[in-house]
Design a protein around this ligand. Sequence first.
Ligand code: PGA
Length: 252
Amino acid sequence: MRKNIVAGNWKMNTTLPEGIKLAEEVNDALKAVEPKCDVVICVPFTHLASVNGVITETKKLGLGAENCADHKSGAYTGEVSAAMVASTGAGYVILGHSERRQYYGETAETLREKVALSLENGLTPIFCIGEVLEEREAGKHFDVVKAQVEDGLFNLSAEDFGKIILAYEPVWAIGTGKTATSDQAEEIHAYIRGVIADKYGKEVADNTSILYGGSCKPSNAAELFAKPNVDGGLIGGASLKCADFMGIVNAF
Ligand code: PGA
């Protein structure tokens, strides 16, 4: 069966000492509880190896990067490969976040490369999809997320698709304080699961974790996670404070 997952996305926040301290806090907080979900923190590249060193609760806390390169290795100054990410001890990588699609021109083509390289290196992609406000207002959100899933992932075999975690993140809800209602989230998560079922069959679809992201916080997490097709959250702002992040983890 599919897993419940709460994953933090620190984005471009925290210096290395601040990041190590935050990771230590989350690691310590997890010692005291038995979370009913997998917990992951996705941190800046510069922090990966050091943060991996402070994670002692390895069964409870996973580590991920926020991106990786679309090439294997070589003359790509400033890029970080999937193999490099994996060599730090990380097990996850966020791919196709709307900020990367919007500000760094990521396309379905580059994302297919990133997904393939991540899987080759044993990383679990957390693949993000979601519509912008105008698309929702025009009623196009279903078509938009369908195209993002098809174009980014439907080249995969059923076996490889089974390794993907999806994150539905309506762009209008990211960092805005405006959360999708639990009914809006459930409606589109169920739709996405249907799209997966049409391609790979019901079993693969039922086993795919689909996270919600966008202004998820301790006060709304329980209602969102109670929906049958919402399998957890990808958490930005609220992952930067241990108490808030743990409040969301403990919402399960
Ligand atoms: P937010 O970000 O929780 O700050 O809205 C979510 C994300 O972008 O992953």
